[in-house]
Write a protein that binds this ligand. Structure first.
Ligand SMILES: C[S@@+](CC[C@H](N)C(=O)[O-])C[C@H]1O[C@@H](n2cnc3c(N)ncnc32)[C@H](O)[C@@H]1O
Length: 289
């Protein structure tokens, strides 16, 4: 069943705090979702009336005023969408994209053909996400970000690799978790190198806060992994404190500290940049009780 067309972003589409990378022109064909052609029909997102670039692509602020004003953990930034990214968005978004409009609960089984589903929040340009999806075809990856160039890049990468276990979600992942995912529905949650918001007055914008962790833990199935990584030492300390304080989670690391980086997590673009600046990287691996 073809998915409902979604409203479009504008030339003023805000992008996230990630550096843009080039998307090559997509080649090859993206496969049909294993065991499923169904896509939950998200209700249409907001239309701003500004110039539409991708009439069938991701919406600008899909949850719009439907949800209360909230602190945003992402940094709106104008990002240039390359020709290849734009082409991927136009062609692939209607089938593989999902606007986070907060209006319907997703049927993840139908969406991913019954695969266990891991949510990744903040995939940036998506290289690590595509790599993880390719090496683990038995897991469905729901990859959420607000970054339009990254969405196009990831769609292009997915098509090129022939991935069938990946969907790209556009918008605030907090609304996705809170309004669109059922309790206990996720087999895992990944938050790799979230914006560190280093200034004290911006700390409230950090994603990993007690309220968020409580919400996230409630959406995880028993035994599911909540995996964070950061190269920003003070944020790593905050993550460890907040995750350790959540009664529904237990630290998998011996001694209750940071975990060794698991083999399944490829190096991300932001990680590489952090290491280049001499930062130490910390992984945190907690399990839902
Ligand atoms: C610093 S980048 C890291 C990207 C990638 N994980 C990496 O390591 O290269 C953080 C990303 O998280 C996204 N982000 C932050 N808060 C978000 C939210 N609430 N919902 C969706 N994406 C979010 C930003 O747009 C940005 O692309």
């Amino acid at each position: 069943m073809p998915p409902a067309p979604t409203p479009a972003p504008t030339s003023a589409e805000p992008a996230a705090g990630c550096a843009d990378g080039p998307a090559g022109d997509p080649v090859g064909g993206i496969g049909a979702p294993a065991g499923s052609t169904a896509r939950p029909g998200p209700a249409s997102g907001s239309r701003s009336g500004r110039r539409l670039l991708f009439p069938e692509g991701p919406a600008v602020d899909p949850a719009g005023s439907h949800h209360e004003r909230r602190i945003r953990s992402f940094r709106p930034r104008r990002g240039r969408v390359t020709a290849g990214q734009g082409e991927a968005l136009r062609r692939l978004w209607p089938t593989w994209g999902l606007d986070i409009d907060g209006r319907s609960v997703l049927d993840l089984d139908a969406f991913f053909g019954g695969l266990p589903v891991v949510l990744e929040i903040g995939f940036g340009m998506g290289e690590a996400t595509a790599e993880m999806a390719a090496t683990d075809p038995g897991t469905g990856i729901l990859a959420a970000d607000v970054h339009t160039p990254g969405q196009g890049n990831l769609l292009a990468l997915a098509e090129r690799a022939g991935l069938t276990n990946l969907r790209v979600a556009n918008g605030d992942a907090i609304i996705l978790l809170r309004e669109m995912i059922e309790p206990g529905a996720l087999a895992g949650l990944r938050v790799y190198f979230p914006d560190p918001w280093p200034k004290t007055r911006h700390h409230k914008r950090r994603l990993i806060q007690p309220e968020f962790v409580e919400l996230a833990a409630a959406r995880l199935a028993p035994g599911a992994l909540f995996h964070c990584a950061t190269d920003w030492e003070p944020y790593a300390e905050q993550m460890l404190e907040v995750l350790s304080a959540c009664p529904e989670l237990e630290n998998t690391a011996a001694g209750g500290g940071y975990a060794p980086r698991p083999a399944f997590r490829p190096m991300t673009k932001f990680e590489r940049a952090g290491i280049g600046k001499g930062h130490r990287v910390h992984d945190l691996l907690f399990r839902r009780r």
